[in-house]
Design a protein around this ligand. Structure first.
Ligand SMILES: [Zn+2]
Length: 202
């Protein structure tokens, strides 16, 4: 079986794992998930659930550094093989109400924490996991931060700028483009949001 981590770095075009979605507005070029994506998204969902507990819209985000590391011989990997494992850098959840801050979305909270942790304002080599498709602000922040990938859970047909309303992450006119994997644990992320808003209407 081919280990996807050993495949060449994915590119927006020509990657065999790329799923073309020409029908979507913004012409999202979506990539299939990597084996570790669901694990990190589960962690982002934990942050989202914490937001719900304190009455914030339940969205969570995690920033992960992807770096080469030695292969594990116990799994029969080749001695020279290099796998790409993730390392947690920072995480966050929506806190707009708590902070009276309209910009305090989960992605912004996590990206700011990641910048502080790494001591730099740009975050190449990282993946941003978020339970809901990023809005214009957060997609813009991902571009500014130069993240390599954005992996999101539920699509946001009302505000999503990673394929739904538009695609700020892959606009060829900008000087950085982001690989995107949509729909990871989308059902869990969407149900969390639906249940939250249903409970508020009762
Ligand atoms: Zn946002």
């Amino acid at each position: 079986m081919t280990d996807p981590f050993l495949a060449p770095d994915p590119r927006l075009e020509g990657d065999p794992r790329t799923l073309e979605r020409p029908g979507l507005p913004g012409h999202l070029v979506a990539q299939a998930p990597l084996p570790t994506d669901a694990m990190w998204m589960a962690r982002a969902l934990e942050r989202a659930r914490e937001a719900a507990v304190v009455g914030e819209v339940p969205v969570g985000a995690v920033v992960v550094a992807v770096e080469p590391s030695e292969a594990d011989p116990s799994r029969g990997d080749s001695a020279h093989a290099v796998t790409r494992r993730g390392r947690l850098i920072a995480e966050g959840r929506n806190r707009t109400r708590q902070d009276s801050d309209p910009t305090a979305h989960a992605e912004i909270v996590a990206l700011r924490a990641a910048g502080r942790r790494l001591g730099r304002s740009r975050l190449p080599g990282t993946t941003l996991y978020v339970t809901l498709e990023p809005c214009a602000q957060c997609a813009g922040a991902a571009v500014l931060a130069r993240v390599d990938r954005v992996v999101y859970g539920a699509a946001d047909p009302k505000a999503g700028m990673a394929g739904s309303l538009g695609n700020l992450l892959q606009d060829p006119r900008l000087n950085h483009r982001v690989h995107v994997t949509p729909g990871v644990l989308a059902h869990e992320a969407g149900t969390l949001l639906t249940d939250f808003f249903r409970a508020r209407r009762l």
